[in-house]
Design a protein around this ligand. Structure first.
Ligand code: ZN
Length: 244
């Protein structure tokens, strides 16, 4: 990864340790002089996600020394009370299925609104102005708080309510899952793709197990299905590395 000339702005990346947020972290490191990460502990089923966060951060620092100086602090905020309110398949031991209102049972009501509001409060204290998240409408999972319209409205509310000039940056918003792999290849070449395959975690069931070409996971939950289909699409396209 060749660092571009960075914006003097600082960025806070919502970083779960998954493929999408790992790609967002690389995207931010290429653009901003100072990048910090925030994770939310809200009773996820899998402590494995929290471990993945540290492995991806360490991997970026090791494999991309030119960017290591830009990678600042990591923050973990305890949102256990939010997890208690929003019990769903991600936070409780329920099956992953579609609910009667057409949302997957993995939908945690208002999650991105809550996360971004906490992130903005933290960014205010840290002097960071860009909030970077992996929300995506293209392979739309049915999550209404991933929509750009929702985030535009929230950005306006945060800026009015905190008298700030935050921008909510969503570099994956209009990309397919295949193009998310392409973006990783564009940003960091095979080294970044390998790091994301090896260390990022996406599986809803929290399985690591054997390593598939696209990474670790159970291979048949909705999150693994999306990740594997995206990988297959990128490979079928000839593993393009241009800007998606
Ligand atoms: Zn899985």
């Amino acid at each position: 990864m060749i660092p571009g000339s960075p914006s003097s702005q600082g960025a806070l990346v919502l970083f779960s340790g998954g493929q999408d947020s790992a790609t967002c972290l690389a995207w931010a490191l290429e653009r901003y002089a100072r990048v910090e990460t925030v994770g939310f502990d809200y009773g996820q089923r899998h402590i494995i996600e929290m471990d993945a966060r540290q492995r991806v951060r360490a991997g970026i620092a090791d494999r991309f020394p030119a960017l290591a100086a830009r990678l600042g602090e990591d923050h973990v905020l305890d949102l256990a009370s939010f997890g208690a309110v929003s019990e769903s398949a991600l936070t409780a031991d329920r099956a992953i299925e579609m609910t009667e209102r057409g949302l997957p049972s993995t939908f945690v009501p208002g999650r991105n609104l809550v996360f971004l509001t906490y992130a903005a409060a933290l960014a205010d204290r840290r002097g960071l102005t860009a909030l970077v998240g992996g929300m995506c409408e293209t392979d739309y999972s049915g999550y209404p708080d991933c929509r750009r319209d929702t985030l535009d409205a929230l950005q306006q509310a945060l800026n009015l309510g905190m008298a700030r000039d935050f921008s909510i940056e969503t570099p994956l918003m209009w990309l397919t899952k295949a193009q998310t792999w392409q973006l990783a290849a564009h940003l960091g070449g095979p080294a970044l793709v390998d790091l994301i395959v090896e260390e990022s975690h996406t599986c809803y069931r929290g399985e690591r197990g054997e390593q598939h070409p696209w990474g670790h996971g159970c291979g048949n939950c909705p999150a693994c299905d999306l990740r594997a289909a995206g990988w297959d699409g990128w490979v079928a396209a000839g593993r393009p590395t241009g800007a998606p």
